[in-house]
Design a binder for this molecule. Structure first.
Ligand SMILES: CC(=O)[C@@H](O)[C@H](O)COP(=O)(O)O
Ligand SMILES: NCC(=O)COP(=O)(O)O
Length: 249
C-alpha cells in the first residue's frame, strides 16, 4: 500500500488541565493551548473528559467547541452521562475509551468483542448525530473485527505498550508490539476502518508508527505538553510534525 495520504496530528491537551488542576484556578488554560496548537499546525485537538474530571472538565469542552476551528476528537467512556454530553456538543469525532478509576493513565484498549451488543447500541445515536465514532482498542484481531462489525468509522490503536517497552529498553518486546500494531493497522484498513494510533508517543517512538501506511492520524499529548516546558508548545509540535513527515516521506 502506497503512503500517499498526509498523516494528521491530533494534539491532546489533557495535561495542560492536569497542571491547572494541581493548583485550581484558571491557568494554564487548555483552550489557549489548543488555539496555540492549531496555529502551530495541529490538524485536530483531542481532549478526554474523564468521568472523575481529573484533568479536562466540562467547561473546557464547552470552551473548545466554541473556540476551535479544527476538528475536536472528544474522548469519552461508554457511559450515559458522556453520551449525553457528546450528543449536546456533537464534536467532529467521539472516541470511546475504557476507564478505570484507579489507573494512572488509560491502560489497554476497549473490550469491543466482549461488549459488542451494548457498544453497538451505545454508538448508534452518536453516529446518527453526525459524530465520527472511533474506538480506542488494542491490536488484537478479534477487537478490530468487532469494531468493524458494530459500525465504527475509526479505530485508534493503543501504542502505550510499544512505548513502554521502548522506554524500558526491552527492544525484543517493543519490536514484537510494533509488528502486532502493523498487522492490526493492515487488518483494520482491510475491513474499511480508518486507522488512528496514539498513547505515550514521543520523538523517539513516533516514526515507526508514522511510517505505517494505513495510519492516517496520530494523537499525541503527554509528551508534547511536557516538552513544551523546554522549547515552547509551538516548537514542540513543529518538531513532532517534522518527524512524522520524515517518516512518511
Ligand atoms: C485515551 C488516551 O489514550 C489518552 O487520550 C488519555 O486520555 C490521556 O489522558 P490520561 O493520561 O488521563 O489517560
Ligand atoms: N488517544 C491518545 C492520546 O490522545 C494521547 O495520549 P498521550 O500522548 O497523552 O499518551
Amino acid at each position: 500500500m502506497a503512503t500517499t495520504e498526509k498523516l494528521r496530528l491530533g494534539v491532546n491537551i489533557d495535561h495542560v488541565a492536569t497542571v491547572r488542576n494541581a493548583r485550581g484556578g484558571a491557568c494554564p488554560d487548555p483552550v489557549r493551548a489548543a488555539k496555540l496548537a492549531e496555529e502551530a499546525g495541529a490538524d485536530g485537538i483531542t481532549a478526554h473528559l474523564r468521568e472523575d474530571r481529573r484533568h479536562i472538565v466540562d467547561a473546557d469542552i464547552e470552551g473548545l467547541i466554541a473556540a476551535l476551528e479544527c476538528p475536536l476528537n472528544f474522548e469519552m467512556a461508554a457511559t450515559a452521562e458522556m453520551q449525553a454530553i457528546a450528543l449536546r456538543h456533537r464534536p467532529h469525532a467521539a472516541c470511546i475509551v475504557p476507564e478505570k478509576r484507579e489507573e494512572r493513565t488509560t491502560e489497554g484498549g476497549l473490550d469491543v468483542a466482549g461488549d459488542e451488543t451494548r457498544l453497538a447500541g451505545f454508538i448508534a445515536p452518536l453516529r446518527e448525530a453526525g459524530c465520527r465514532v472511533s474506538l480506542f482498542i488494542g491490536h488484537e484481531p478479534r477487537q478490530i473485527e468487532a469494531a468493524a462489525r458494530i459500525g465504527a468509522a475509526v479505530v485508534e490503536l493503543h501504542t502505550g505498550a510499544y512505548c513502554d517497552f521502548h522506554a524500558e529498553g526491552d527492544f525484543a518486546r517493543r519490536d514484537a508490539e510494533l509488528e502486532a500494531l502493523r498487522e492490526g493497522a493492515a487488518l483494520a484498513h482491510s475491513l474499511g476502518l480508518e486507522v488512528h494510533a496514539g498513547h505515550g508517543l514521543t520523538y523517539d517512538t513516533v516514526q515507526p508508527v508514522a511510517a505505517m501506511p494505513e495510519v492516517v492520524e496520530l494523537n499525541i499529548g503527554h509528551f508534547l505538553i511536557g516538552e513544551s516546558i523546554f522549547r515552547g508548545l509551538g516548537p514542540a509540535i513543529a518538531e513532532m510534525r517534522r518527524l512524522m513527515d520524515e517518516a512518511r516521506a
